[in-house]
Design a protein around this ligand. Structure first.
Ligand SMILES: Cc1cc2nc3c(=O)[nH]c(=O)nc-3n(C[C@H](O)[C@H](O)[C@H](O)COP(=O)(O)OP(=O)(O)OC[C@H]3O[C@@H](n4cnc5c(N)ncnc54)[C@H](O)[C@@H]3O)c2cc1C
Length: 760
């Protein structure tokens, strides 16, 4: 990664006076600090606290799932920032990061579990950066591309793309026009053109993302792994996506659609059974969805009928469509008048049941209706038999009798989805899937009792469906988030525990997502209840000892613990070649696990830190630090309820992708004696590095990897950092040099050493 490809944001302080609505005393310390930090650079007009009169309306403005706005188990954001520029986003991240506040990005607010605007962790207040105003769309019809900022809705994307290309281009994404591009594209995103063009994420060719560095990274700067991760893995774990560059697709001047209903008296069971075989195999220009719904019907024996709505889009004209459907699915009994020709933009309205509203309706960011809802998803790999459908109908009918309506929204896969390998993007649902089922139940009102009734019923139906859907693992779609599958716990969640739900969303791609996470956000700043946990790999591995923490076995004369050091290896995703390390287990076993060694061979990578410095390096050997880039280190007394020096390493993103290539970031203090009240302090100050290099001992058998891991521990407390000797020397030299030059650091304020320079 070359820093020159990135945009370094120039921080030009706007010196706004704090507005009276931010009376400092009424906020807990980190928020006061955040607000101070924010107001040094940005207008108070962009920031809403719970004391602001417009706070509730801003919070609710795009929140889709009403039940989270009143839930007693969730907390609302302490601060909402309505960003409308990259600078706003950057300052918000920086201030949140500096003062140890959690941050969540919200683009369209359609998260099924409300994770962009509420949190179920009541102990950790958080900030929302709302991107609803950050939504420009720049279409280049000639190259068939568009840069779309995260806060744009799908309706706005479709409208702009189609209009600005004179009706020739479209984009394959979801059907709800108010869904935000930021969350949708980063989670995969599919709709009526999926079978021909793949998911939205499949059609992303560049992206811009901001992490804690303040540096906007485009595809080249972020590297292919992170670029891979934010196309289906959910960007919320990796940073704030500012914009995606989309590869647009050609759409014909005329497309055709139909929408028909069949109930049990009209042979619906047989039709759905047939649909499973037909829809995934149709020509890829045809999308044929089936939505099952129990409806009250007095003519029905049980007073409840099962209605199936077949909705279809064909990228071509009526006569071609009619003949294709008539040949492949004659049982549907379609008539010529069932088909309607329209242009592609109108079809976006049609598919969402908004026909006749006029194309400008796509620009309306307010959803037609929002309510409380709960959804889950399943993938079907083997057709369900007619008899089994009968059993499913019975389950739906029973629920309906209890006044619970659950829809089964079934979307066919096949077409190009069968051709794209599972690992192309994190979205793994490719060949072998006939269709996805989304179970959805909605209710008006927000009473806890009513929510519970619907949630319980949904869970019951989901259990009931177990034999009919994919298994080992039972797959789910990440963008249809379902907290029932599991959650990440704590600040540094265990990868191994998270696999239980992570592999259900991502299959084998979960591991790679966790490795990317470990590299770009090892301190887990960007997190939510189902964010990707960081995973680290070691270069060294043991053939004979699997993960014995602090083990001392073997016979290498170079080691005080007598363990033979095996050659280092490159990072690999191949299972078995490297040991995976769970941050949680690592930390749990940390104390007393170090053993001194005089080894000159350093194990590198596999750096673990729960709350402090992380300096991973890519491989054993000569690693140099050509230029330093001093970043940010702060004291935050309330962070995690402990007094810690928390290091924020803005350059981490770059370092971990291509460490030491052109820039390096670190944080340090100039004065010592900060560590006399516990072991949480980083000692990358005079006592550890600056004053006396000899205190930098090399340690082996470090706790995160058992034996065969040697390196330099820069922090004898919580944070441990492995560095190759050469890298360390360079780092120390660079710190020394910079420190001598660093008159900009105030003598009396050594905690706040945040300044940035470039590596160039
Ligand atoms: C009514 C409705 C219809 C839907 N239809 C479809 C469909 O047809 N096809 C389909 O595939 N999906 C569909 N979805 C699911 C939808 O794609 C996801 O819920 C998606 O995550 C919503 O994105 P958002 O930006 O609107 O949500 P948000 O709530 O804003 O964000 C969702 C998640 O992404 C994170 N996030 C948002 N913006 C950013 C950013 N800029 N950078 C980093 N992280 C960010 C949030 O923190 C949160 O974790 C639908 C959802 C709803 C509610």
């Amino acid at each position: 990664m070359a820093i020159s490809t990135s945009t370094i944001l120039t921080i030009l302080p706007f010196l706004f006076l704090p507005s009276s609505s931010f009376a400092q005393s009424s906020y807990p310390a980190p928020f006061r600090s955040f607000i101070d930090c924010f107001l040094q650079h940005l207008s108070p007009d962009l920031i809403y606290t719970s004391n602001s009169t417009s706070y509730e309306s801003v919070l609710q403005s795009s929140a889709q799932n009403l039940r989270f706005l009143v839930s007693k188990t969730n907390q609302k954001p302490s601060i909402i920032v309505t960003a409308d520029s990259t600078y706003d986003v950057s300052i918000t991240i920086r201030c949140a990061c500096t003062y140890g506040l959690q941050l969540r990005a919200r683009s369209g607010g359609h998260d099924y579990e409300g994770m962009s605007y509420v949190s179920d962790d009541k102990e950790r207040p958080f900030v929302v950066v709302d991107l609803a105003h950050y939504r420009s769309i720049d279409v280049d019809a000639k190259t068939r591309t568009a840069w779309v900022q995260a806060g744009a809705t799908l309706g706005e994307v479709y409208y702009n793309v189609f209009i600005k290309s004179n009706g020739t281009l479209g984009f394959p994404a979801g059907q709800c026009p108010t869904v935000g591009a930021g969350g949708h594209v980063s989670g995969g995103g599919f709709g009526a053109m999926m079978r021909k063009f793949g998911t939205a994420a499949d059609n992303v060719i560049d992206a811009k993302i901001l992490g804690t560095s303040g540096v906007v990274l485009d595809r080249r700067a972020m590297g292919e792994d992170l670029f891979w991760a934010v196309r289906g893995g959910g960007a919320a774990s990796f940073g704030v996506v500012l914009a995606y560059k989309l590869q647009l697709v050609e759409v014909p001047p005329v497309v055709t659609a139909f929408n028909v209903y069949r109930n049990l008296r009209q042979n619906a069971t047989n039709l759905v059974t047939r649909w499973q075989d037909i829809a995934p195999k149709l020509d890829e220009s045809i999308y044929l969805r089936a939505v099952v719904q129990p409806v009250i019907d007095s003519e029905s024996v049980w007073n409840v009928n099962i209605q199936v709505q077949f909705t279809s889009l064909f990228l071509g004209n009526k006569s071609q469509f009619f003949s294709a459907i008539d040949t492949s699915f004659p049982e549907l009994g379609l008539q010529a008048e069932d088909f309607t020709e329209m242009n592609w933009l109108e079809s976006a309205l049609f598919m969402y049941g908004m026909s006749g509203k006029g194309i400008e309706a796509l620009l309306n960011r307010t959803p037609a209706s929002n309510s409380s809802f709960k959804a889950k998803s399943d993938f079907v790999t083997n057709p369900i038999t007619e008899k089994q459908w009968g059993e499913i109908w019975r389950a739906l009918r029973n629920l309906k009798e209890d006044n619970i309506t659950i829809l089964l929204i079934m979307e066919p896969f096949g077409g190009i989805m069968d051709m794209i390998p599972e690992s192309t993007t994190p979205f793994p649902h490719r060949k072998g899937n006939l269709y996805i089922i989304e179970y959805e139940t909605r209710w008006s009102g927000v009473e806890e009792q009513e929510s519970k009734r619907h949630l319980d019923s949904m869970r019951k139906l989901y259990d009931f469906m177990t034999p009919y859907v994919s298994s080992n693992p039972r797959m789910s779609y990440y963008s249809y988030k379902d907290i029932d599958l599991g959650r990440t716990e704590g600040l540094m969640p265990s990868y191994f525990e998270a696999r239980q739900w992570g592999e259900r969303y991502f299959k084998g791609n979960f591991e790679k997502l966790a490795i990317v996470k470990g590299r770009v956000d090892p301190m887990n700043f960007f997190r939510n209840e189902q964010s990707i946990p960081p995973l680290y790999y070691t270069n060294y591995y043991d053939d004979d000892v699997e993960g014995k923490i602090g083990s001392s076995k073997g016979g290498d004369s170079r080691r005080t613990d007598g363990v033979e050091i095996k050659p280092s290896r490159e990072i690999s995703e191949r299972p078995g070649r490297h040991r995976k390390m769970s941050p949680l287990s690592v930390n749990a076993d940390r104390d007393g696990a170090y053993q001194e060694s005089s080894s000159s061979s350093m194990a590198i990578i596999g750096v673990y830190s729960r709350d402090a410095l992380v300096i991973p390096t890519p491989s054993k050997g000569d690693v140099t630090v050509p230029r330093a880039r001093i970043a940010c280190g702060v004291e935050d007394e309330s962070f995690m309820g402990r007094k810690v020096v928390r290091l924020v390493v803005p350059g981490l993103l770059e370092q971990t992708i291509q460490p030491f290539n052109s820039t390096f970031s670190y944080c340090f203090k100039l004065k010592q004696s900060i560590s006399n009240d516990g072991d949480n302090h980083l000692r990358l100050g005079e006592d550890a590095v600056m004053g006396n290099q000899t205190t930098l001992a090399t340690w082996c058998s470090a706790p995160w990897g058992g034996k065969n891991k040697c390196g330099v521990v820069l922090d004898s407390g919580t944070a441990v950092t492995y560095l190759p000797r050469e890298a360390l020397k360079s780092l120390v030299a660079q710190i020394s040099t910079d420190t001598q030059k660093s008159s900009i650091i105030p003598e009396d304020d050594f905690w706040h050493l945040c300044y940035m320079g470039t590596g160039d």
